[in-house]
Design a protein around this ligand. Structure first.
Ligand code: M6R
Length: 603
């Protein structure tokens, strides 16, 4: 989603801004732009599409200047186009924005005859600030007025014409970090954008606004100068590469065996085959229930974990789609533990749900891939999933790393609550130890999944079915297929098919069934027969034994034998490979599917 960056320095900033923008590219965007102050005048270059197009424009139109801002835009108000790309300019300012200005229409109406150059909500802020500056107000006077007038979520970086010595920034709702360099200062949407230049960062708090000079940051909140702690980022300034893979997504699928192996090593004792999760102090015995909160794939990791916590730890779990949770206003048990799951740690819906849960008195554990994120900072405790940078918009290794962390946590809870015995724990941990090698072997069989995906490439629709732990995984399979290949797909509990979706079954509808060797297998096999009886095309992922029981004519891929309660970690991989290969076969943009963003920072 939108990424912003700004630099005030003693050298030309355009190349630095470009480098930083490239590091924000993973968030997803549809246009990009940059502006600098040259002899006090604002100059700007924008382009629709990828950053490479902006780079081409910059090769034709140099932007010399020591103070500048840049932006990747993910359209909310106004279609993706050069006209709506940021920076948005007026006679006095250039401004980049991440978020949504909710009262833009009201502001625009108040501004009367002012001619807008774009269709964006952002322009209402640029025009408002311009109005105050034209009334003769100083920046220090104008910014608090602007902050008072605008509603919604925003991170802003602003150039002021005639003031090449400063950069102004502000935040509410959307994250913003300040970077402290040697004689230059930076501002950016996340640490990744800034660490090529400095590891000394400070994260602005709600309603902070700041004037950046080359040597300092003056941070204001509610009319007062405030101090914010400077922290040292552990993130690497090196650009993450594809390591010879065609797409980040395939690289990240392949990395799962190593990621899970490393994560396991830090969470179990291989000698005793028991869970040994350091540093998380949770009073499992006295927790009445869990609220499992997330969006998209992160939510689905929580939906799988519901089965684990309920069965292994006898702990009821409410799975909560973050964007619904706080608005539903249902009864919330303050004694319940809230587990907020997020790869980025910046998803605004999840952050808002976290704040809602905290407001209701719940303790928050953040299950996160980015421990330097806003959700990490606002959680009571953080359980890092250690998947490493995930650049592909589709979540793959973060998902399986989330699953692993949640299963480990459920085992820990079960042991503490006395609902599993040592033998069960040993069996589960032993099964987990096999998983990294099993995933590596599955990735080696990529061709089988490519063949299957090729056969799907002309389908308009597909169904994913599963029971028990495989039901949320079926939802994930459908989500992956649609977001990557744009084939419309639905996930269903296999037993629910006969209550509606069975009407869709004909010879053109592929039905992908997840059928590991578990307590639900018998019933799932019966559902496959129901598909077959209606001339449907069933494709089944199952064990060798399950495959023998399928009967003739059911396409299948034989999966490694795996403990039933560990199966989601393994069955997640074929659904990723099928979606990936289908996307490649259909020629879609695998790493940045249309309309999607990696970090969803608007509601
Ligand atoms: O960063 P988060 O884990 O909070 O992101 C949540 C969702 O936006 C994300 O999982 C999304 O559904 C992915 N595109 C799925 O592949």
């Amino acid at each position: 989603m939108c990424g912003i960056v700004g630099i005030v320095a003693g050298r030309d900033v355009a190349p630095l801004l470009l480098e930083s923008l490239k590091r924000l590219e993973y968030r997803g965007y549809d246009s990009a732009g940059m502006a600098v102050l040259r002899n006090g005048a604002i100059e700007r270059v924008r382009a629709e599409g990828k950053i490479v197009r902006l780079e081409e424009r910059l090769a034709q139109t140099q932007l010399p200047g020591h103070t500048g801002i840049a932006h990747t835009r993910w359209a909310t108000h106004g279609r993706p186009s050069e006209r709506n790309a940021h920076p948005i300019m007026t006679s006095r300012v250039a401004l980049v924005h991440n978020g949504i200005i909710e009262n833009f229409a009201e502001l625009q109406a108040e501004q009367g005859s002012v001619a807008y150059e774009s269709d964006t909500d952002t322009e209402s802020v640029a025009q408002l600030l311009t109005q105050y500056l034209e009334q003769g107000k100083s920046i220090e006077e104008a910014m608090p007025l602007v902050m008072d007038r605008i509603r919604g979520a925003f991170a802003l970086a602003i150039l002021i014409a005639g003031r090449p010595d400063i950069l102004v920034a502000a935040r509410r709702g959307s994250p913003l970090a300040i970077g402290y360099g040697e004689g230059e200062m930076y501002v950016g949407s996340d640490a990744l954008a800034l660490v090529p230049f400095t590891n000394r960062l400070c994260y602005l708090e709600e309603d902070d606004w700041v004037i950046l000079h080359r040597d300092r940051a003056e941070i204001y909140n509610q009319g007062r100068l405030v101090n914010r702690e400077i922290v040292y980022s552990m993130l690497s300034g090196a650009i993450t590469g594809k390591d010879g893979y065609r797409h980040f997504m395939m690289k990240e699928i392949a990395e799962q065996s190593v990621v899970l192996g490393d994560a396991l090593a830090s969470a179990i004792d291989p000698a005793s085959r028991q869970v040994a999760l350091p540093g998380l102090d949770i009073d499992w015995k006295n927790i009445p229930r869990i609220s499992m909160i997330g969006c998209g794939t992160a939510y689905l990791a929580g939906a799988v974990a519901k089965y684990w916590f309920e069965r292994l730890a006898s702990l009821p779990v409410d799975t909560e789609i973050a964007s619904e949770y706080r608005y539903r206003q249902g009864p919330v048990d303050p004694q319940a533990l809230a587990i907020v799951i997020s790869q980025s740690g910046e998803t605004i819906d999840s952050l808002a749900a976290l704040r809602y849960a905290r407001g209701k008195g719940q303790r928050i554990v953040g299950l996160l891939n980015n421990p330097e994120s806003t959700i990490a900072r606002e959680s009571d405790a953080v359980l890092p999933v250690h998947a490493g940078p995930e650049i592909g918009v589709a979540s793959t290794k973060a998902f399986t790393a989330q699953l692993l962390a949640l299963l480990i946590l459920a085992i820990q809870a079960g042991r503490a609550r006395g609902t599993i015995n040592a033998a069960t724990e040993t069996a589960l941990v032993s099964a987990l130890i096999e998983v990294p090698a099993q995933i590596a072997a599955l990735v080696q069989r990529r061709e089988e999944f490519a063949t299957l995906a090729h056969a799907l490439r002309d389908s308009q629709h597909a169904l994913y079915l599963g029971r028990g732990l495989s039901y949320p995984l079926a939802l994930e399979g459908a989500l992956k297929l649609k977001e990557l290949s744009y084939i419309h797909a639905e996930g269903y509990p296999a037993g629910e098919m006969k209550h509606g979706p069975i009407a869709l079954i004909d010879e053109t509808m592929p039905v992908i069934v997840l059928a590991p060797e578990d307590e639900w297998l018998e019933k799932t096999l019966a559902n496959i027969q129901e598909v077959r009886a209606r001339s449907g095309r069933a494709i089944c992922f199952t064990s060798a034994q399950g495959a023998r029981r399928l009967g003739d004519g059911v396409e299948h891929i034989v999966m490694p034998d795996v403990h039933p309660w560990v199966s989601p970690l393994l069955y997640a991989v074929p659904i990723q490979l099928v979606a990936y290969e289908a996307a490649v076969a259909r020629g879609t943009d695998v790493d940045q599917p249309r309309n999607l963003a990696k970090s969803v920072t608007v509601e």
